[in-house]
Design a protein around this ligand. Structure first.
Ligand SMILES: Nc1ncnc2c1ncn2[C@@H]1O[C@H](COP(=O)(O)OP(=O)(O)OP(=O)(O)O)[C@@H](O)[C@H]1O
Ligand SMILES: [Mg+2]
Length: 259
């Protein structure tokens, strides 16, 4: 079992979209997947609600985190795909963590995920774009972290700062998570400038950059508003899924699960 986290402090770089598409693709290839939406904005939950209909867990994630067991918050969506949805009350979690001793407060999620590990091949965490105790919890509960770099606002210092921050957290907690690499989210209008930006990023970060990037595709917007579709005769559906699946293949390859 592996826990995956798509990470960036910055908002709106495509983390949630990649997390949802990763959950969709991995579950469709026969992996058992649990997506945990830790973001009070609940964008992943909304995306999946638009795809699967109402999502009503027995207990909210926030209550489960307080009570010490996540199971009552798991909602079954599809063959191989479960979700722990987020709700507005997740905005209270950070503050409630502050009551715990400094060291322990970052390890709550890691402990609560542990008993679920045998039930899944992948647990994917979706987090808000903050530097917070909540996000520290997600980092320390992860096995693999993938940095998402939106190249339009190409904040290379941001990536370096992020890597430094993660390294410090890893040291303080003697954690084992691995930085799997950096995925580029290319949002420029022309293929030419995409190539230039991607080449520059490769010069700076070398092999850390995934060979397969995510491009801006209108279809993604439609999916998040109207629900995910997999229409074999629809060229935009096919192309957009192909883009995410090539990237995810590379993720599995880097993890060592590409067999
Ligand atoms: N490949 C893509 N093509 C087009 N639009 C995209 C793509 N990926 C994400 N988007 C859109 O960009 C916006 C931000 O994406 P998303 O919510 O996934 O980012 P995020 O990093 O999770 O944001 P936040 O930091 O607020 O959680 C959304 O409107 C989403 O539909
Ligand atoms: Mg998000």
């Amino acid at each position: 079992m592996s826990t995956l986290l798509f990470y960036n402090f910055k908002g709106g770089v495509g983390k949630t979209t990649i997390s949802v598409l990763a959950a969709d693709h991995l579950s469709r290839t026969g992996k058992k997947v649990l997506l945990i939406d830790l973001d009070a904005q609940a964008s992943a939950t909304l995306f999946l609600k638009n795809s699967y209909g109402n999502i009503v867990p027995k207990r909210s994630l926030y209550n489960s985190l307080q009570k010490g067991s996540l199971r009552p918050s798991i909602f079954h969506l599809d063959k191989n795909l479960d979700l722990i949805p987020a709700d507005w009350d997740m905005s209270l979690w950070n503050q409630s963590l502050e009551k715990l001793p400094q060291y322990d407060r970052n390890l709550v999620l890691q402990k609560l995920i542990q008993p679920l590990k045998d039930d899944y091949d992948f647990i994917i965490l979706d987090i808000p774009p903050t530097l917070s105790t909540l996000v520290n919890n997600a980092v320390l509960a992860s096995d693999y972290i993938i940095l998402v770099l939106q190249t339009q606002s190409a904040s290379y210092e941001g990536v370096l700062r992020t890597a430094k921050y993660l390294a410090q957290l890893r040291k303080d907690y003697d954690a084992r998570f691995k930085l799997l690499g950096i995925v580029l989210y290319l949002v420029s209008k022309s293929a030419n400038s995409d190539t230039t930006i991607a080449n520059e990023a490769r010069k700076t970060f070398g092999d850390a950059i995934f060979a397969n990037s995510i491009y801006h595709r209108e279809r993604v917007k439609r999916w998040s508003n109207e629900g995910l579709t997999h229409k074999p005769n629809d060229v935009h559906d096919r192309r957009t899924h192909k883009m995410y699946s090539l990237f995810l293949k590379e993720v599995l390859f880097r993890i060592g699960e590409d067999k």
